[in-house]
Design a protein around this ligand. Structure first.
Ligand code: PMP
Length: 282
């Protein structure tokens, strides 16, 4: 069952107008929330980022944080599987004609559509994954989790064709992020990550990694990272809500460091898993 505009429906019964602005213009924002054993992970943080994304596109938030949390829990409860990936989007609704400026008196479209959670395989965790790189050709508001995902589609397709899991992006010689993940760089025992500015998505996992590094006394710098530095790293990690912390062991066919999952990736992943277990136990 999914949720669409106030109703719980079977996916085959859920219909969205052909004039929905999400469909026509990508005029909307979204979130993906991981759910373990029916417990959403970092739900308040996702709801907060959704609010920030909506504010950035001047789309009034149709729900309070408490209402969002209740809705997400209601959707989770209606599925017949425990580990879920809850996709949620809000668009500026559908007007009677295709016109760019905001329509007046139109209700936003709210969709909450869960799917079974797919986490990295044991093999990917143990051996790491491969990545390619590409120039970051996206716009200058990558901090908004917008429905305009054509760059992600093209870059992830290129990665897949190259037998890789992710595509790292560089803008003007500086590391930005992965097509659908944030990127951490390790050199000589120090973790580094680009700042949360308009060029990257403020990742929920990014924030948690920063928190965990602080808590466990691991050196971490938030600063710009050059392409040369990225290519000379001892370790590279990709982070996202569903991929968690995943080591990248090869970039553009070259080994990253020793070409294996590095010690800091293992340590951070252990802290992450421990944190998750603690939260889930309540
Ligand atoms: N950057 C981009 C472009 C993404 O699509 C994602 C996935 N949502 C991330 C970073 C990671 O964000 P999070 O940790 O919140 O999943």
């Amino acid at each position: 069952m999914l949720y669409l505009n106030g109703q719980f429906l079977r996916p085959e019964d859920a219909k969205i107008s052909a004039l929905d602005r999400g469909c026509l213009f990508g005029d909307g924002v979204y979130e993906v929330i991981p759910v373990y054993s029916r417990q959403p992970f970092r739900l308040a943080e996702h709801v907060h980022r959704l609010d920030a994304s909506l504010a950035s596109i001047a789309l009034p938030n149709p729900h309070s944080a408490a209402e969002w949390m209740e809705l997400v829990q209601a959707v989770i409860a209606r599925q017949d599987y425990d580990d879920q990936s809850v996709y949620l989007h809000v668009t500026r609704g559908s007007a009677s004609e295709r016109d760019f400026p905001f329509p007046q008196d139109v209700e936003p479209t709210v969709l909450i559509n869960p799917a079974p959670l797919v986490t990295p395989s044991h093999e990917q965790k143990a051996r790491g994954v491969r990545a390619i790189s590409h120039a970051d050709f996206r716009w200058l508001r990558c901090d908004i989790k917008s429905l305009n995902l054509l760059p992600t589609v093209l870059l992830r397709e290129a990665a897949k064709r190259a037998g890789c899991a992710e595509c790292l992006m560089f803008r003007d010689g500086w590391l930005s992020e992965g097509a659908a993940s944030n990127i951490f760089v390790v050199k000589d025992g120090v973790i580094a990550v680009p700042p949360k500015d308009h060029l990257i998505l403020p990742g929920i996992t990014y924030d948690l990694v920063l928190e965990l590094a602080k808590q466990h006394g691991l050196p971490l710098e938030v600063r710009r990272i050059s392409e040369a530095e990225t290519r000379a790293a001892d370790e590279l990690w990709m982070t996202s809500s569903t991929k968690e912390i995943l080591a990248i062991v090869e970039l553009d066919g070259q080994p990253v460091g020793k070409g294996q999952v590095g010690p800091l990736a293992q340590r951070m992943d252990a802290h992450y898993q421990e944190f998750k277990q603690t939260v889930m136990r309540g």
